[in-house]
Design a protein around this ligand. Sequence first.
Ligand SMILES: [Zn+2]
Length: 160
Amino acid sequence: MIDHEALGWAPGTVGELDHHLLKAPSVKLRGAHPGPAGDTVYCIDLRLRRPNAGESLGSAESHSLEHFLLEGFQRLLPRHFIGVGVMGCRTGFYLTLHNEGRRARIEDALETILRGVLAATAVPYARIDQCGHWRDHDLARAQAVAREVLERRAAWRDIA
Ligand SMILES: [Zn+2]
């Protein structure tokens, strides 16, 4: 049994919620999946924009942010990071971690990564030998999104 509340996730916010209700930017636990050896895989939604509100991210900025999140979570949580991917609706990202489900730790890492986006002069892994659509990046727009999400840091727990 996983104690979601002890990890910092408010009761009633875990799992799939009606997308009419979702607020953004927010960090939400979608699922915690225990394995047979006492290990746990955590699936977290990093929702940057409200669903169905005409606010979805553009292709290039979401792609660039995905690269920053990939580089950053790998660097900051190397023993826990499994993967990160763009939501198809482009309102956020799916983050998967192994044996790290503490909200505060995840939020701190996200904040560090977004501050890094603001300071960056290039998108990581964006060379033609590293990326499948290397021209589809936009650092300036990714920085604008990062700034907007950081400005609302206090509201990341306001999920629905
Ligand atoms: Zn890429």
